[in-house]
Write a protein that binds this ligand. Structure first.
Ligand code: NAD
Ligand code: UDP
Length: 316
């Protein structure tokens, strides 16, 4: 297949490029590098089966030649308001790429009669009142809160994707991605795992926002990429959760990272560090992914963290 990946120079997108190229597909990346990094894909430069175009997909997209699949990953993804790469600092860009960008990416898929996959998110469930979260849960999102620029953009993105499926008969897929981590995450993107690893490697205390009792479930990047690839090839048009159901508190995550790195500086509590609407708990119900895709995560947290720490150490 000839596959267009929007946001392909980002963390998830660049790993997806590697995987698709390994499967002998041709890959075209379109990315404006607003939160991505050209170094994530620089090892692919010069290949005949790979090309990169620096472009903002919130504008009309024209792709010469045949396209067989469009995978729409372009969007800021970090909720941290103190990072320049966090969507609270990029609110209009985030809303535009989730709405206009998704519309344009769907337009490319329609013109080429290509398969379409949307990278959606567990954030569409907001601060969830159902636990664990099944795809049937409608979510609990503060429409005007600071996180809404991301959450509502992705909810719109899912809605317009289903409209293209129903109205234009497009073959579409929606992945609801839960917290994913791994090599190539930006050192300064502000999410918990990059923050903690950088702090631990520098021998500093790890910043725990609030009391650290809030939970997340972390999936290693290779597992997620496998799930995305299977979903792209499946017949499933309704949303599918992709994530690792192993849930833990942020405090336990921090202690685990300190243990692996051997950091003796402990933790530092930042009592008012939690952003408004920061979900208290999050865990995917992956029953549908298991039965439809025969997929479940294989990499345990410790193995994934060690691989990520190795990569961060090199880049620091
Ligand atoms: P990332 O910031 O590393 O990658 C996003 C990429 O999109 C970046 O390279 C960025 O430059 C690009 N981009 C943003 N706006 C663009 C625009 N208007 N035009 C062109 N390119 C644009 O983030 P990530 O963690 O790799 O996330 C990738 C996708 O997966 C996002 O859609 C995100 O919402 C989704 N997702 C990620 C996670 C996670 O835990 N990593 C969880 C849920 C959903
Ligand atoms: N968090 C933290 N310290 C940090 C960064 C994040 O305690 O240095 C917390 C944050 O408040 C949230 C959780 O870790 O409750 C996960 O945050 P992240 O930014 O990784 O992603 P989210 O799941 O909120 O999108």
């Amino acid at each position: 297949m000839r596959i267009l990946i929007t946001g392909g120079a980002g963390f998830v997108g660049s790993h997806l490029c590697d995987r698709l190229l390994k499967e002998m597909h041709e890959v075209i990346v379109v990315d404006n590098l607003i939160t991505g990094d050209i170094n994530n894909i620089s090892h692919l430069a010069g290949r005949d089966d790979f090309s990169f175009v620096k472009y903002d997909v919130s504008n009309f997209i024209f792709v010469p030649g045949k396209v067989d699949a469009v995978m729409h990953l372009a969007s800021p993804a970090s909720p941290n308001p103190t990072s320049p790469y966090g969507y609270p600092q990029l609110p209009i860009q985030t809303l535009k790429v989730g709405s206009l960008g998704t519309h344009n990416a769907l337009g490319v898929a329609r013109v080429h009669e290509a398969v379409f996959l949307l990278a959606s998110t567990s954030e569409i469930y907001g601060d969830p009142q159902e636990h664990p979260q099944k795809e049937s849960y409608y979510g609990h999102v503060d429409i005007v809160g600071p996180r809404s620029v991301y959450d509502e953009a992705k909810r719109f993105a899912e809605s317009i994707t289903m409209a293209y499926h129903r109205y234009h008969d497009l073959d579409t897929h929606i992945a609801r991605i839960f917290n994913t981590f791994g090599p190539r995450m930006r050192l300064d993107d502000g999410r918990a795992i990059p923050n903690f690893i950088v702090q631990a490697l520098k021998g500093k205390p790890l910043t725990i926002y609030g009391d650290g009792s809030q939970t997340r479930s972390f999936c290693y990047i290779d597992d997620l990429v496998e799930g995305l690839y299977l979903l792209l090839q499946s017949d499933e048009n309704y949303p599918v959760n992709l994530g690792n159901p192993q849930e833990m508190s942020i405090l336990v995550l921090a202690e685990e990272i300190n243990r692996i790195v051997g950091n003796k500086a402990g933790i530092r509590r930042v009592p008012d560090g939690r952003a408004p609407s920061d979900p208290q708990q999050r865990q995917p119900d992956i029953t549908r992914a298991k039965s439809i895709l025969n997929w479940e995560p294989k990499v345990d947290l410790e193995t994934g963290l060690k691989l990520t720490i190795e990569d961060f150490e090199k880049r620091l």
